[in-house]
Design a protein around this ligand. Sequence first.
Ligand code: SF4
Ligand SMILES: [Zn+2]
Length: 174
Amino acid sequence: MTRRPSWRERAACRGRLDLDFIDPTDEQVDQCRAVCAECPVRELCLADALTSGEAWGIWGGLDADERAAVAEQDGHPTPTVRPAHGTNARYAKHRCRCSACTAAHTEYERERRARLRARRRGAVARAYVLAEPVRCGRTWAGAGQYLLPLPGVPPLREAEHDLARPAQTASTAA
Ligand code: SF4
Ligand SMILES: [Zn+2]
C-alpha cells in the first residue's frame, strides 16, 4: 500500500465532502477554487498534479485545461485527454460515477460477460465427434474423431453433435 503524500494531511479540501474536486459541477468549480486559494499546501498540490500529468479535477486551484497550459510552458507531461462522459473508459480509468458513465460501464460488463459465456459454450458444444468418416479436404477424418468446425463452415450433420456418447458413436460407425 502506498503512503499518501504528507501534504494531503494539511489539505484544505480534506473532509470537504460537500465539494467534488475530482469531477465538480459547473457551480462547484468556483467554490473549489476558493478553497484552494486558502489552502496551505496549494503549491505542493499543484506541483504533484503537474508532475504526474493529472488529467482530472481541480488541483492547486487549476482545472485540467489550465494545468495543460502550465505544463506546456514548464515542460511537465501534458495531462491526458479525458474520455467523454458516457464511456466505460471514463468510468474505469477516471472513476466517474455519473449516470451516463455508469450506464456505459453496465453495458460494457453485460457484453463482456456475454462474450465470455459464448466462448465457454463454444469450447464444449462446438466440438463434435464423427459418427462416420468424412472427407476433410484431401484427407479423411475417421469415425470417433473430434472436430472443431472452422468459422463460417456449417456443422457436418446434427447427428454428429453427440459428445455424450463418443465411444459408442465411434464403435457403432466402425
Ligand atoms: S490546493 Fe486545493 S485541491 Fe490541492 S490540496 Fe489544497 S484545497 Fe485540495
Ligand atoms: Zn461521467
